[in-house]
Structures are given as structure tokens and as C-alpha cells.
Design a protein around this ligand. Sequence first.
Ligand code: FMN
Length: 239
Amino acid sequence: MNNKLLIKLSDNCYWNPDTRIVIGRDKVIVLTSSMTRLLNYLVNNFDKSVHSIDIFLDIFYEYDKEFKAKIIRNMISDLRKKVPCLEISNFYGGLYMLRKFHDDTSEFQKYLPDILDQAKNGITITDPNRPDNPLIYVNQAFSDLFGYTRDEVIHKNCRFLHGDDREQLALDEIRHAITAKTNVTVTLRNYDKEGQLIYNEITISPIFDKETGKLLYFLGVQKDVSRVNQLMQQIKGIV
Ligand SMILES: Cc1cc2nc3c(=O)[nH]c(=O)nc-3n(C[C@H](O)[C@H](O)[C@H](O)COP(=O)(O)O)c2cc1C
């Protein structure tokens, strides 16, 4: 196959308009001629939203046919089913757009660890599919806040941050959210490596595989709210 003829539709998804063949995720898919016309129209309008009627007028040579948005909807839906790696966005009111594949995705992925490390809040990821839901990632802000290096905390459950201060109502909320696989935001009393009290406003979110719905990870974002807490105590003392 002549590679020059291939159009990159998305990551791992190429289309040869001449042969009407799409190569997507190791699968070869042959499109019907109407799908090819539709895809061609969308490719020509990459990153530009197009209305059903524009698509209809461009791809339907039988102009005497009455325009029906439903026909376009069905065609788009057939194309989506046949080529699942295609990203055709659908907006309110019958507007469609083929999202351009940006080759800089890999560049962004390359910098992802740096991006997470330069975040100002602590970021943690745990693996609920391993015994005791251990930490598998902590960013630099987490290490800076609690004084532990990455190696000291990876593979441990985050509960070591409570020290001996285990009677905290907020922990019940966390246990419940983890069991129910839902989001939770609470403030905990945590202790850094030196034993210094830190008020930690933590948000925990479950992360699912979008296709299978399987729970993959929990994401935790830790924010130091000690200063705010201190001020609140002072205000309470004055009032
Ligand atoms: C992603 C994630 C991040 C967490 N971060 C913290 C944290 O920063 N501080 C903390 O005290 N507990 C944190 N926890 C909660 C504990 O790991 C644990 O779920 C909690 O202590 C209740 O469970 P346990 O009764 O088994 O200890 C986190 C949990 C998850 C899933």
C-alpha cells in the first residue's frame, strides 16, 4: 500500500480514501461508498463543525431527495460503529466535527510526569486492585508537604499519615466512598515525617476504564489547609 495515500485519522487509525480501507487498532475495515463520501467530507472539514444539512448537500448527489437529519445521524452512527477509533464529536442541534489528531499528543505525554510534579497540590494514585489499595504514585508536592521521599511511601497505604490519630469521623466518609467507588472531599489531621500536624483537605476520586467500567485507580489530591484552620481557630477564640 502506498503510504502517501494514507490519512491519519487518530492515533493508530489511518484511512486510504482510494481503497476505502481504514486501518484501525490492527484491524482492517472496508467502508461502503457512502461512508467513504461522508468520511471524505468530514476530513475536508477537520476541526470545523458542520451541520447535518451541509453534509447532506455535499454527499447526496440525489438532490431531489428530501433532506432528513435522521439520515445523516444514521450514517454517522454507522460510521462510528464501524470505525470506533474515529472521534466524531456531536454538538447540540445536529452539528458534527471530526476532531483533528494532534501529533503533539506524544509530546504532552512525555511531559505528563513533569506536569504532575510541578502541580502545587499533592497528587497521589493508588491501585485498588492490589491488596490494601497501596500508593503507586506520589508527586513532588506530596513529598514536599509530608517530608517523605517517593521510595519511602510507594506500595504503602496512605493511612500512615494519620499517625496515632485514628479516631477521625472523616475517615468513615473515605471508607464509604472507597467502597461505593464515589468521590469524596474531607479534611483530615495528618502528620508529616517530623510528626508536625498538617490539616489535609483531600479529594479522592475513582478512575474507571471508560470502555469496561472497571475500577482502575483512585486519584487523591492533597491540599494543605493548616493555615486556614489556624485562622479559623483564632477567629473562634476571639468571638
Ligand atoms: C487516592 C487516595 C489517597 C489518600 N490520601 C490520603 C492522605 O493524604 N491522608 C490520609 O490520611 N489518608 C489518605 N487516604 C485514605 C487512606 O488510604 C485510607 O483509605 C483511610 O485511612 C481509611 O481506610 P482504613 O480504615 O483502612 O485506614 C487516601 C486514600 C486514597 C484512595
